[in-house]
Ligand binder design. Sequence first.
Ligand SMILES: [Mn+2]
Length: 370
Amino acid sequence: MKKSMQWLKAALLVCATVWFASCSNEDSAIEPYEPGAAFRAMLQSLDWGQDTTFVYGHKVPDVDAVCSALGYARLMRALGYNCKAKVSSPIDRETQFIAQRFGFDVPELKTAVAADTRLILTDHSDYAQCVDGAREARILQEIDHHVEGDIKDSGIPFVRREIIGSTCTIIYECYKELGIAIDDETAKILLAGLLSDTRNLTKISTQREDSVAWTALVAQLKLENEVAEISRLMKEADKNFDGMSDSAIFVSDYKGYEIGGKNIGFGSLDCKVEEAEDFVRRMLDVMPMVLKDNKCNMLFAKIDIHVPNPDASDPDTPYVKDGIYFIYYGEGAKEVAEAIFGPSISEGVTYSKETLSRKQILPLIKEILE
Ligand SMILES: [Mn+2]
C-alpha cells in the first residue's frame, strides 16, 4: 500500500543513515543505531508553547479515535510534553463498554478550541472531522491510517500516515521506536482501538503491523483466552441501537468531508437482508434532517447487507456481508451516486454487488467532485 511521502522520506533517511553509519565506522566500534533518535529530534523541534496541547481523534469518535488520542497523549507526556486527550463529540456505546471493561477513563468532552490552541490529531486527516476551531489552531502533528485529506494544507510540521488497520497500531509502533515502556493500562487502551478498527484482525484493512501489535499487547495483558469474546461484546455494543432515534442511528458511524467546495456527509450502516427494505426506507426518511443538522450539501450512506452464511458449518458467523446499498440525498448527490454505482434501483438508492468500504468509496467521490 502507498504510504505518505513524508514517511517515504523518513524511511530513505533511515536507510541512508544506516548505510552511512556502516561505511564510516569500518575501523572503529559501530555506534548503536537508535531508530527513535530522529523522532525525538522532530518532537523537540516543535513549537509547543506554554499551554496544554490537546490530542483529538475525529468527531463522532469511535474506539480507535478515542484510544489513539489517549495513547498518544500518554506517550507525549512520558516524553515530557504537556498533552491531554479530549473528545470533540460524545463517545459511543462501544467505547463506553470497553472503557468500563478495561477500566480506563475516557477523555473529557471539549467541543471547540480557541484560536492558536496547539493540537495533535489522530485517526483523521480532514478538517470537516476536526474539533471546531481547528482551522484557526496550530496543528503540530497528525497520526493517521486514512488517506490524505485537506489538513495537509495547514503547514503541519509532522505527519505519520500508515495505511494499516488501526491508528492505535501506529501509536504502538511509536512507543516501540521511542523506547517508551507500555504499561498495562496503556496496553489496554491501544488494544481496544486495534480490536475495534480491525474487528479482532478480521477486517480486510488489517495488515501485518496490526497482527504484530495485537500479539504483543494480548500477551502482555494475558488475554489470549478472552480476546475473542471481548471483541464480540465490543461489536455487539457498537450495533446496539436500542432506544436510539433513526437520525441518531444514521450518524452513529458518520464522517464529514469537504470535497471540491462541497460539504459531504457519509454514514456507514449495516442491516440484515430480511430487514433491509424497512431499514433503507427509515434512513431515507431522516436524510433531509441529517443533511440540515450537519450543514451538508450532499449526504451519503453505505449500508452493508448481511445475508445468512452459506457456510453452515461455522456457527459463530451466522451472517456474512454481501453487497451494499449506497443511498444519497441533496443537490447533485444522485449524479455522484449513479456515476459510481449505476442507475438507482429506487429513488435515493443505488446498489453494488461488491461490498466496498467507505475508505474505498471516498476516492471515487473525490474523482467526480474535484
Ligand atoms: Mn481508525
